[in-house]
Design a protein around this ligand. Structure first.
Ligand code: THU
Length: 161
């Protein structure tokens, strides 16, 4: 029997002000974008903003439904929009924030499992890492250098060869 360890390195910043200007701008836009979420059931409004490799920005917000499972997370709304608008262009970075009408928004949230799988597919398709900039409306900011770090041992097209 061999024992193995999985680990990855990420950055933690004390606040948005400690980020490089481009990252701080993207995060500010993601925070603003939480207002565009349609989340009348959870009252948890998620805003995402991507910087594409061509310099364009693409946004996403969570879109809920009275039939709860139909709801879509902000991250996958963003990926669908990016893929439709710029099907040939890689994503450089995505900033993700949230407004929690029932509580605080002072720490990063990380994408759910389904969104992690979708993010990893996008990275594989363009052979390009997607940086994730994660934060609440205030407080510390987590920067993950590549989305697949959040999905160790994920299933991919490689497994079907
Ligand atoms: N949600 C997202 O949009 N992204 C996440 O990373 C976590 C959760 C949404 C789904 C649902 O509309 C609400 O937040 C509460 O789960």
């Amino acid at each position: 029997m061999d024992q193995h360890t999985f680990q990855f390195t990420y950055e933690m910043y004390p606040s948005i002000d400690a980020l490089a200007e481009a990252d701080a701008n993207l995060l500010r836009l993601a925070i603003q974008n939480t207002k565009n979420a349609y989340a009348p059931y959870s009252h948890f409004q998620v805003g995402a903003m991507a910087l594409m490799a061509n310099g364009k920005m693409v946004s996403g917000t969570n879109q809920e439904n009275a039939s709860y499972p139909i709801g879509i997370c902000a991250e996958r709304v963003l990926l669908s929009a990016a893929s439709s608008l710029y099907p040939e262009v890689a994503i450089e970075s995505i900033a993700i924030s949230y407004h929690n009408a029932k509580g605080k928004s002072d720490r990063p949230i990380t994408p759910c499992g389904i969104c992690r799988q979708s993010l990893v597919e996008y990275e594989a398709r363009f052979k390009h890492p997607i940086r994730l900039i994660l934060a609440g409306e205030e407080g510390r900011v987590m920067v993950i250098p590549k989305a697949d770090r959040l999905l160790p041992f994920g299933f991919s097209a490689e497994d079907m060869k």
